[in-house]
Each structure stands twice: as structure tokens, then as C-alpha cells.
Design a protein around this ligand. Structure first.
Ligand SMILES: *Cc1c(COP(=O)(O)O)cnc(C)c1O
Length: 430
């Protein structure tokens, strides 16, 4: 248990001890209405690395210089540009390099992975997932099961928090897997739930799925770059994630996928094909029959967007310098400090009930804390924004705060507490 104090001096002391403190300056911090905001939305769109401009400019210059020849003669040849992203990306998710590739976008990638890993039969067609999934994932499930001729009501088994609770109990997930075991095709969860910030035990869920003869896949949108994961060792079948949240890859940039070598080594694993997934040695022979590459690269369809990937490279280079273990260490402390400061401030206003619904145990969450607004309403959130705190609001009544260890400071947290205190005092007086 860490001992904290809700004072400026204490926050400054934590910053002075923070070995990652200098990374804050490697990012642009938005100034809105002439005021540098407190940015807690790295879970939605990470901040811009200052270095990104140079990485993109280098590719623009090579384009000007080489035209189409840049595919082979650019400093980082475009035909293989995605390959230089792989080492850092594989490290972030605990995968072999053969198991990861950057391509497309998250929802697109999940559909492509479902082509391979959701192959229901009349008997085995059910998918177990978390209730209150991110809507895009829910639409994915709904349209996938319909595509195979099943009804979502029957095929999608949602595990929800028990009545009066906000978090999903692991024992309830395991019980659902057991209950539906003969009909279960897939266990598909967010690694970290976007709404509550609850981290699921991916290794345990994967094991449970495999025990009953089903596969396990994860959406790591809120996990990648946030918490350490070990997809290969955990034996996860497949995963996908975006790069614009914790990975700071810029809005809508290419995502990434993981396909376990067990499936990737087998070129008979069913999939949709495109020329970028075709045998690299023969790609430009323009032959008729699709011959997939081994590994995750065999799921690629198209040649990849170099400008976006250049931004991603800038960001991944920072991750490689810092190391996810160090980031997680700071993140645990930063979020614990936020929890402390938040509770300290809210305790001063007994008539206002703001509750953190994210698990209290640091090992069951990433950096995000979700706050349920009881006794206030959305105007409270708007007031927070007006006061220069960039958090985000999720219907019906949750504010998500994600202090990001790469660029948030302990002083940010203290300042947030002060802003919160001022707002709550005003709220009570109304
Ligand atoms: C952010 C997010 C998405 C967004 O999907 P895109 O295809 O990148 O637009 C999907 N699922 C989850 C869980 C997310 O957090």
C-alpha cells in the first residue's frame, strides 16, 4: 500500500522521483482557451509525439524524391514498412514477431479474424462475451452470427455484473463457459473493459475456453500499451487492437492483430485473401492462386498506408526506449494517486456521491478510473471540461479518467483534485 498526501509539495516530490518524468516533454500538450489542459483521455486518443512530424516528413521527402521507386528505394522501403513496426508491437503484447502485424483498423481486423476463428457449426455456434461491450464489438458479434444464419439472442451469451454491482465476476464468466460448453464456439472479451476499466484474466479465460473445445479472442483496444500482456504464453488464439489510444498512433491510424503461431504457421487456416498476404517472394509475379504467407502477415490484404505508419513508428520508438515494465510501474502509482486524491476530495462533500466503479485492486485494472456520477448529472462533466480537464463522458452517467504514464505527471493529478474540489463546492452551493 502506497502512502500518499493530497498536497502540491507531495505531488512535486513524486514527480522529482519519477524516472520517466522527462517523457512528458516529448508530447504536445493541447492548449485550449489559452490554458494548458489536464489531459486524461489517453484511453480515447493519445497525445501527439513531437517526433512524429520528422518521421512523416522523411516519408514525404522520399515520395518527392523517388515516386513509385520509394517502394524499394526509400530509406525505409515502403514495400516492407509495416515490418519495421513489428518488433516493438510484438513486445507490447508479449508475442513472437511472426504473430503480429500492423494493418487496417480495429473493427475491420476483428471481422477478418472472425472469418478465421468464428466458424460455427449447427451444434457449436455460441459466443460468450461481456455485457456492455464497446458498441462496435457488439455490432461485430451481432452481424457475424447473423451472417452465419444464427440469431443473436441465441448465439451471443453476455455475462453481466450481478444486480447492484458494476463489475463482472470472473466466476460468473467461468460458469457461463461451463454451462454452454457443448455449444460454445468462442470466448471473446475486451482485455480491459472500456466502460468500467475492469481488466480480465485473459490467461484464465483462454484456458477455460480451450478446456471446453472453444477458441479465445480479445479486443485489446484498452489494454495494448496500457498493461503488460503475454498473448503467446497465455495461448490466446487471436487478438486485435487500435493504435490511437494508449499507443499514441494518431486518429484512425492502422491497428494491429495477433494470430497465435499455432494458427499462423498453418497456411490452411481459413481466411480472406489479398495480395499483401500472399507469399512475399512471389507477390509481384501476379499469379492467380492465393498462397498465404505464414504468420500474422498472411492476414494482410492491402499495401499499407506509409504516412500513418510513420507516425506509429515515432510513437513505438518511444515505447521501446521506455519499456512497458517501467511504464506499468509508474502507471500503478499514478492511478493509485488519482484514486487517493479523488477519494480525499470527494470525502469532503458527504452529500455528493461520486463513486469509482473500476476495481480498487491495481492488478485488476489499467490506468483508467471510471467514476459514476450519482447526485450530479452531465452538466457536472461539462463544468469539468470548461475548467480545463479533458476526460470523457460515457452514457448514461460515467466519466472516465485515464492518467497516462508517458505524459501525465503527479502534479496533473493534484491539480485535477483542486479543480474537482472547486467544482464540487460550487455544486453544493447551487
Ligand atoms: C476504441 C474501440 C473500438 C474502435 O474501433 P475502430 O474500428 O478503431 O473504430 C472498438 N472496440 C473497442 C473495445 C474500443 O475500445
Amino acid at each position: 500500500m502506497m502512502m500518499f498526501e493530497n498536497t502540491l509539495a507531495f505531488a512535486k516530490q513524486l514527480d522529482a522521483q519519477d524516472e520517466l518524468a522527462s517523457y512528458r516533454d516529448r508530447f504536445h500538450h493541447p492548449v485550449i482557451n489559452d490554458k494548458q489542459v489536464l489531459y486524461f483521455t489517453g484511453n480515447s486518443l493519445g497525445l501527439a509525439p513531437k517526433s512524429a512530424k520528422d518521421y512523416v516528413n522523411a516519408e514525404l521527402e522520399d515520395w518527392a524524391k523517388w515516386g513509385v521507386e520509394g517502394h524499394f528505394h526509400a530509406t525505409h522501403p515502403w514495400v516492407s514498412y509495416h515490418e519495421i513496426l513489428t518488433p516493438a508491437m510484438a513486445e507490447l503484447v508479449g508475442a513472437n514477431q511472426s504473430e503480429v502485424v500492423c494493418m487496417n483498423s480495429l473493427t475491420t481486423n476483428l471481422h477478418l479474424l472472425f472469418v478465421s476463428f468464428y466458424r460455427p457449426s449447427a451444434k457449436r455456434f455460441k459466443i460468450i462475451s461481456e455485457a456492455k461491450m464497446f458498441p462496435s464489438d457488439r455490432y461485430l458479434l451481432e452481424t457475424q452470427v447473423k451472417h452465419h444464419g444464427f440469431s443473436p439472442d441465441e448465439a451471443i451469451i453476455e455475462v453481466a455484473p450481478r444486480s447492484g454491482e458494476y463489475l463482472i465476476r470472473e466466476e460468473d464468466i467461468l460458469a457461463a463457459i461451463d454451462e454452454h460448453q457443448d455449444e460454445l464456439a468462442l470466448v471473446f472479451f475486451g482485455g480491459v473493459n472500456y466502460f468500467t476499466g475492469q481488466l480480465f484474466d485473459m490467461e484464465k479465460l483462454t484456458q477455460a475456453a480451450h478446456t471446453v473445445g472453444a477458441l479465445a479472442g480479445f479486443d485489446l483496444a484498452h489494454a495494448a500499451g496500457n498493461i503488460p500482456v503475454k498473448l503467446h504464453d497465455w495461448d490466446v488464439d487471436f487478438a486485435a487492437w487500435c493504435t490511437y489510444k494508449y499507443i499514441n498512433g494518431s486518429a484512425g491510424n492502422v491497428g494491429a492483430i495477433f494470430v497465435h503461431d499455432r494458427h499462423g504457421d498453418n497456411t490452411d487456416t481459413p481466411r480472406f485473401g489479398g495480395w499483401w498476404g500472399h507469399n512475399k517472394e512471389r507477390r509481384f509475379l501476379m499469379e492467380n492462386t492465393f498462397e498465404p504467407m505464414t504468420g500474422a502477415e498472411g492476414w494482410q490484404l492491402s499495401n499499407a498506408p506509409v504516412m500513418g505508419m510513420a507516425v506509429l513508428k515515432a510513437s513505438l520508438d518511444i515505447f521501446q526506449q521506455v519499456g512497458l515494465t517501467n511504464l506499468r510501474q509508474k502507471s500503478l502509482k499514478l492511478t493509485a494517486f488519482l484514486q487517493y486524491v479523488f477519494n480525499d476530495v470527494v470525502a469532503q462533500f458527504p452529500d455528493i456521491d461520486l463513486q469509482i466503479i473500476t476495481p480498487k485492486e491495481p492488478e485488476r485494472r489499467g490506468c483508467q478510473l471510471s467514476v459514476k456520477l450519482i447526485g450530479t448529472d452531465k452538466t457536472f462533466f461539462s463544468a469539468l471540461t470548461d475548467a480545463g480537464v479533458i476526460a470523457d463522458f460515457r452514457e448514461p452517467d460515467v466519466v472516465r479518467l485515464a492518467p497516462t504514464p508517458l505524459y501525465n505527471s503527479f502534479e496533473d493529478i493534484y491539480q485535477f483534485g483542486q479543480t474537482l474540489k472547486t467544482l464540487l463546492a460550487g455544486w453544493r452551493d447551487e
